[in-house]
Design a protein around this ligand. Structure first.
Ligand SMILES: [Zn+2]
Length: 236
């Protein structure tokens, strides 16, 4: 057994020479290929601890706009800092691994908070189909998969869809931006949503207009409870 471990370690070291494994956050060398971030970056992650906090900034954000049960963002989105870099890797560099990992961290916070216990399913905020085709994946779905692996809750990937407004719609709502955003979401499978407490998930919340528009469409379904979670919160 010791012998096998030694051989594995030697093989691992040799592999490391040819395929150096580096921290996604800072680029420093990592000893184990099991980790994506070095310890320094893991400790530097700006957790908000919103999950356990009633009336946190995410929940307050939707007051008077949308009836949500609970809200959470796992990290502060600080410009030029670590979390912005990691989300950039997820969205534009094809690094789904880091998205899954950050989703897992968020899942753990939700699980530990006891304020997100009744969630039946996760819904990734849908991308426009052409954008998702170009990127190869929906980053919100990647985050959902990470949450799902920790919380054991299914991800509903096709229940809600997003499509470009037709030319007529665009003309009709030219002066009403919100209406326009709201018109781009559609519930494709109402039977998957009804009678459920759903957690709508996205990468970053800034104005919240898109989440609000999508949430409003979901809440039109039968007997729905809705909660919101994003990986990062861009404080204004
Ligand atoms: Zn690092």
């Amino acid at each position: 057994m010791v012998m096998i471990e030694t051989i594995k370690n030697i093989a691992g070291s040799a592999l490391h020479l040819f395929y150096p494994h580096v921290c996604t956050g800072c680029g420093s060398d990592l000893v184990s290929e099991d980790n994506l971030l070095c310890l320094r970056c893991i400790h530097a992650l700006p957790h908000t601890n919103f999950a356990g906090l009633a009336n946190n900034p995410i929940e307050k954000h939707f007051w008077g706009r949308l009836r949500i049960e609970t809200g959470h963002s796992e990290f502060y989105f600080e410009k030029e800092f670590l979390i912005q870099h990691l989300i950039h890797q997820l969205k534009y560099k094809g690094d789904t691994g880091i998205g899954f990992y950050l989703g897992e961290l968020m899942g753990r916070s939700l699980l530990n908070s006891n304020r997100f216990t009744g969630i039946d399913a996760l819904i990734p905020l849908p991308l426009y189909a052409d954008k998702e085709r170009k990127r190869g994946y929906n980053q919100a779905a990647v985050i959902c998969n990470g949450i799902s692996s920790v919380m054991n809750i299914p991800v509903l990937n096709t229940a809600v869809v997003r499509s470009h407004a037709t030319e007529t719609q665009t003309r009709k709502h030219r002066t009403e931006r919100w209406e326009n955003v709201s018109g781009s979401f559609k519930v494709a499978r109402p039977e998957e949503l009804k009678n459920k407490h759903l957690l709508l998930v996205d990468d970053v919340i800034t104005t919240g207009a898109t989440l609000e528009a999508c949430g409003a469409i979901i809440l039109q379904q039968e007997n729905i409870k809705l909660s919101m979670a994003t990986l990062a919160y861009a404080a204004k």
